[in-house]
Design a protein around this ligand. Structure first.
Ligand code: GDP
Ligand code: IMO
Ligand code: MG
Length: 428
């Protein structure tokens, strides 16, 4: 059972990139299974600092095959740019496999993402503007273009023609925008396809073979459970499933092959874009955390909304994913802050709620029930052993573990690969 899902457990940006880069040392394959270049995964290691959007975070290890699986939507220009930038910095990307089933984010998807957000006005989702929603819409509507389609010019032309006609009707009649030029889109996509041809193949076969050989495969999540299309704070979600279920579908593996579903949590909360966030801080402490942790989007540069750790959302996330263990990141950000707050329940109309409300309008009215824990003055930053941590930090971690109901097996104390505490081996 050698596949491990490393999954965002909150609203994204939990530090999945750092953790996947660290754990990939013990794997032979790292598979991105959902989302697209809405993701921004930061990795800081011996090769430098990198911001990855599509290329899996295991790419830095020579023994690792990075795979972009069927569940991902791929902006071809972005992928080419990312591959080139990595190669320029001496990172070998030749082993990359791009699923022929992965859907392409076409230029009209990006355009529609912007137009749809504008049309939403005050109810805008705050998307990353990368065309992700519209690309998944076309996939579900069965009018999407897959990377494999680009390898057959005639077939691609046949697929593209009705889509462009439909998009042009939408663009001109609904949004009053200019029509798009089918010939130009066709030519450019074919050029990108030719450039990426060498990577395109059956990712399912590659992953399946590795699993048959008992190799360790890391399934790299993007986004986070609270942004899941089914289980997140709909409609303020992304258009795919960043959870363990999405990992199975997106990568094409079965449940018996999953040895662990690992939730990555940061020691507090952040959210980019709209939607309810019960523990949000609109005060100096929130600003301080944002500035000291540089909580600005990796993909869009937008300031992230900051709040204390939300134990109710965390329990829910652990439940809908069936987490087998957790990773806690950014512990060092709380160094010197006291008290450290933790939301253990919600309150609504004078009643205490233990469970995450499923109705958005209810969630929007919930207030946090706080538990204050003593902060710590000695820094945790850079610690590599649990025993090194101040007693108060240990207390905080143990309390989080109780609240989530899942063991915390790894702790990250800084953005660099080595700034990591392994309490129990996750990938073994
Ligand atoms: P991802 O999308 O989940 O991969 O996370 P991002 O890369 O978007 O955001 C996480 C940010 O936190 C990045 O800037 C990381 O370099 C940084 N980071 C990751 N782990 C830690 C940690 O333990 N401590 C600190 N201070 N920064 C961290
Ligand atoms: P990583 O993998 C944080 C958010 C957007 C918006 C919502 C929908 O780096 O954790 P979309 O462009 O997907 O249609 O936007 O989802 N979002 C993310 N927030 N981290 C991400 O990825 C995100 N990917 C999408 O901000 O609220
Ligand atoms: Mg990110």
């Amino acid at each position: 059972m050698p596949a491990f899902g490393i999954l965002g457990a909150q609203w994204g940006d939990e530090g999945k990139g750092k953790i996947v880069d660290f754990l990939a040392e013990q794997a032979t394959m790292v598979v991105r299974f959902s989302g697209g270049n809405n993701a921004g995964h930061t990795v800081i290691n011996n090769k430098g600092e990198f911001k990855l959007h599509l290329v899996p975070s295991g790419v830095f290890w020579q023994h690792v095959t990075p795979v972009i699986a069927a569940g991902v939507v791929v902006d071809l220009a972005q992928l080419i740019e990312e591959i080139d930038a990595l190669e320029e910095r001496g990172v070998d990307t030749q082993r990359l496999v791009l699923s022929d089933h992965a859907h392409v984010v076409m230029p009209y998807h990006v355009q529609l993402d912007h137009l749809e957000e504008q049309a939403r006005g005050n109810n805008a989702i705050g998307t990353t503007g990368r065309g992700i929603g519209p690309a998944y819409v076309d996939k579900a509507a069965r009018v999407g273009i897959r990377t494999g389609d680009l390898l057959d010019e005639a077939y691609f032309a046949q697929r593209l023609e009705p889509v462009v006609a439909q998009k042009n009707a939408l663009l001109t009649k609904v949004y009053g925008a200019e029509p798009i030029d089918e010939a130009a889109i066709y030519k450019q996509a074919l050029e990108y396809g030719a450039r990426l041809r060498r990577y395109v193949g059956s990712a399912e076969q590659v992953v399946g073979q590795a699993l048959r050989h008992g190799e360790r495969v890391v399934l790299e999540g993007a986004q986070g459970a609270m942004l899941d299309l089914d289980h997140g704070t709909y409609p303020y979600v992304t258009s795919s499933s960043p959870m363990i279920g999405g990992a199975l579908t997106g990568a094409g593996v079965g449940p018996h092959q999953i040895a662990g579903a690992v939730g990555v949590f940061k020691a507090y909360s952040t959210r980019v874009g709209g939607g309810p966030m019960v523990t949000e801080l609109d005060d100096e402490v929130g600003n301080e955390i944002r500035e000291r942790a540089w909580e600005y989007g990796t993909t869009t540069g937008r300031p992230r909304r900051v709040g204390w750790f939300d134990g109710v959302a965390a329990r829910y996330s652990a439940q809908v994913n069936g987490f087998t263990s957790c990773v806690l990141t950014r512990l060092d950000v709380l160094d010197g802050i006291s008290p450290v707050r933790l939301c253990v329940a919600y309150e609504l109309d004078g009643k205490r709620l233990e469970d995450f409300p499923s109705v958005l309008s209810v969630l929007e009215r919930c207030e946090p029930v706080w538990e204050d824990l003593p902060g710590w003055t000695n820094p945790t930053a850079g610690a590599t052993r649990f025993a090194q941590l101040p007693e108060e930090a240990k207390g905080f971690i143990l309390r989080l573990q109780q609240v989530i109901g899942t063991p915390i097996d790894m702790i990250s104390t800084g953005p660099k690969r080595e700034e990591t505490i392994v309490v129990r081996q996750i990938v073994s």
